[in-house]
Design a protein around this ligand. Structure first.
Ligand SMILES: *Cc1c(COP(=O)(O)O)cnc(C)c1O
Length: 356
């Protein structure tokens, strides 16, 4: 159990109206902080007024990017209570990332306690309108003041909160995705499976290229052969081919193991769908599209839950999937996952963690 110190903010912010919310632009009144010092471990857990850090310019994270982050949400259920969706999966992934980045591990119980304590303090910031939520962003960064290339001996762990609007305020609109053939996001042995800012920094150029061409996100191929599908920019990806649901295997360590991905797979299997995790080549997807067997494609992630892909551009060829509309499997997953998250349907999986 953490003994979390609380420091009262002198003045609270005005809360935005639910219909003005977008993603990640507004932050709440408080943040959680905790320090790590080698030899002493994690210490000084505290909830303090949200505000800027004062950090030395030689701080290691600025130069060598030793840092990690997570992303999950608190939902206001129908009965007014506030709940989290599978936070232990995020916390487990956090330590997988930490091990890869030589960041000290965190105690899972302590992190869950910290998240819940902060969300409870900020309960009034969890919006009420349909599809809205409170985004939770835990992150850790190296704080040693030194330019030598070594793992830092000190770290700061922070959790910030941001009320976010409905991803589909204007209805579920399938997105256009373009296959990236020049740049790669991850390679075997690299950091693809870790949730780190560096992966995103390296992906921005592909994202920029895609946006210039009118596409929402990039579909990344494997970094060695440029043949197998890894994932979409910030989402995992699924294809429904001839009735079978396919998603790229996590075995190669190139792909971020999404909590939504795992939940889609479990939900599909519980309803009797055939789901296979294996290598999926882009060629196979193109062939399926040509023979009329590519029924659906969709991305999965915490922000959108399920994001149907209406068009996939493969080397200039535009594959239109399910007439550019959301398909029945995507819709089923969206309805069931969001139903559980917002407490509209019973959680028979044990995925919900109540906060208050
Ligand atoms: C966070 C993330 C995802 C989605 O993971 P969820 O746990 O489902 O939100 C997918 N790909 C990348 C690269 C990510 O960073």
């Amino acid at each position: 159990m953490l003994d979390i110190r609380f420091e009262q903010a002198p003045k609270l912010k005005e809360k935005p109206s639910d219909d003005s919310l977008s993603f990640g632009k507004i932050f709440t009144d408080y943040m959680f902080l905790m320090n790590y010092t080698a030899g002493r471990g994690w210490h000084d857990p505290r909830i303090v007024p949200y505000g800027p850090f004062s950090i030395d310019p030689a701080c290691m994270v600025f130069h060598y990017a030793q840092e990690m982050f997570e992303g999950l949400k608190a939902y206001r259920a129908k009965n007014g209570r506030i709940q989290l969706f599978r936070p232990n999966k995020n916390i487990e992934r956090m330590n997988n990332t930490n091990r890869r980045m030589c960041i000290p591990e965190v105690n899972p119980d302590d992190v869950l306690q910290a998240i819940k304590a902060l969300v409870k303090v900020e309960a009034d910031w969890v919006p009420h309108a349909e599809g809205t939520s409170l985004y939770i962003r835990p992150f850790i960064f190296a704080t040693d003041v030194m330019l030598g290339v070594h793992p830092s001996k000190t770290y700061l762990f922070a959790i910030i909160l941001s009320p976010v609007g409905s991803y589909y305020a204007a209805g579920i609109n399938p997105v256009k995705i373009i296959v990236e053939s020049e740049y790669v996001r991850a390679v075997r042995g690299g950091t693809g499976f870790a949730k780190v800012g560096g992966n995103y920094a390296a992906s921005l150029i592909g994202q920029e290229k895609a946006e210039e061409l009118g596409y929402a996100q990039v579909l990344w191929l494997d970094g060695i052969e440029h043949k197998y599908i890894d994932e979409v920019g910030a989402m995992n990806v699924f294809f429904v081919i001839d009735g079978e649901v396919l998603t790229p295997t996590l075995e190669n360590g190139n792909i971020l193991p999404g909590v939504t991905r795992a939940s889609c797979i479990e939900m599909l299997r519980s309803k009797g769908y055939r789901v296979t995790e294996r290598k999926v080549s882009i060629e196979e997807v193109v062939k399926a599209a040509h023979s009329g067997k590519l029924d659906e494609a969709f991305g999965s992630g915490t922000a959108a839950v399920v994001s149907p892909i209406g068009e996939l551009n493969v080397g200039g060829e535009k594959l239109i999937i399910n007439k550019g509309e959301i398909g029945p499997i995507s819709q089923m997953l969206y309805d069931n996952l969001t139903g559980i998250q917002w407490g509209k349907i019973p959680d028979t999986f044990g995925w919900i963690e109540p906060v208050c």
